[in-house]
Design a protein around this ligand. Structure first.
Ligand code: OOG
Ligand code: NI
Length: 303
């Protein structure tokens, strides 16, 4: 077996597959990329810098982060800081990529055991169909197999009534029971874009001019206490979901995020053409993340 850091070709297949299906689910991506090219912000779409991507998981023994992370650890990602979201009953970690050009990964997990008996019973009725850790049975050196895995249901299609019951207690739980490992968002880095677009504040103006609706939880601009990480996000796009017995209902799908990472104080004297990712604020910020999660919550999508 090849060493994890030699698996970047497979990683490209997996990331490509994720982005491809994500773009089909999130029409805002096309609107934003087309507008960036037509305003001359970028020459071509492939010049977008993807700051990070995010996934959501169910915290039950055979699934959750401990299972999911094995995929990306295999491709050379490194596990970094932990974040805890008490109110939302979530844990999360971020992973730094093998190459500077790869996105960081943010993976969260629902603390299922902290929910009510009823919600736990509903969730387990689905997740108990998965009797052993599915990633252990996956050939991680086969990019097409991993791509298929990430887009194949692990449990039966939920009923609308279970979805709505979960939604009342945990919007995150409802999202995962239907959307599973679909890419939750990708994130456009703005700090290397031309003047007039290279801050989240300016980029938000551009987005709104093109009719994009932004998440307003905690304000449209989310800033870390150190001032180094500034983020905004769209409100998730609604998808017409088909539940068990053919019932349909509009639910939250995925969204797009924007990130500005400021140059760290110790590097502000460096010429700008010498600045790379390692000279900028890295990682995530719990207070920003707490609000960004709400991009898929009905308080935002119902606006
Ligand atoms: C993740 C929300 C947090 C960030 O960049 O802090 C986040 C999610 O909605 O699953 O993306
Ligand atoms: Ni994010």
């Amino acid at each position: 077996m090849s060493a994890p850091n030699q698996n970047t070709e497979v990683l490209d297949i997996v990331l490509g597959g994720l982005m491809h299906r994500y773009q089909e689910r999130v029409p805002d991506v096309r609107i934003i990329l087309n507008a960036m090219v037509s305003e001359g912000i970028i020459d071509q779409e492939t010049n977008i810098e993807n700051d990070h991507i995010a996934f959501r998981t169910m915290g039950v023994p055979q699934l959750g982060v401990q299972s999911f992370e094995k995929i990306f650890l295999h491709y050379g990602y490194e596990k970094k800081d932990h974040y805890f979201f008490e109110g939302k009953k979530l844990d999360a970690w971020w992973y730094s990529p093998p190459r500077e050009t790869d996105p960081r990964i943010f993976v969260s997990e629902l603390r299922v055991a902290d929910l009510s008996e009823e919600s736990q019973r509903i969730i387990k009725s689905y997740t108990d169909e998965v009797v052993s850790d599915p990633v252990d049975n996956l050939d991680l050196n086969n990019g097409e197999a991993v791509d298929a895995f990430l887009h194949t249901p692990l449990w039966r299609t939920p009923t609308l009534s279970d979805y709505l019951t979960l939604l009342k207690e945990s919007e995150y739980a409802a999202w995962v029971i239907y959307n599973r490992y679909y890419l939750n968002h990708f994130t456009i880095s703005v700090h290397n874009l031309p003047e007039g677009y290279n801050t989240v504040a300016d980029f938000n103006i551009f987005l709104e001019k093109h009719g994009i609706i932004l998440n307003t939880s905690g304000g449209k601009i989310k800033t870390s206490p150190d001032g180094g990480l500034i983020q905004s996000a769209t409100v998730a796009q609604m998808i017409e979901a088909e539940f068990a017995n053919g019932e349909t209902y509009k639910i939250s799908g995925s969204y797009v995020e924007f990130a500005e990472r400021r140059i760290l104080p110790e590097f502000t004297n460096l010429p700008i053409d010498q600045i790379s990712r390692k000279n900028r604020r890295d990682g995530f910020e719990a207070a920003n993340a707490d609000k960004i999660f709400e991009s898929t919550y009905t308080t935002q999508t119902g606006k």
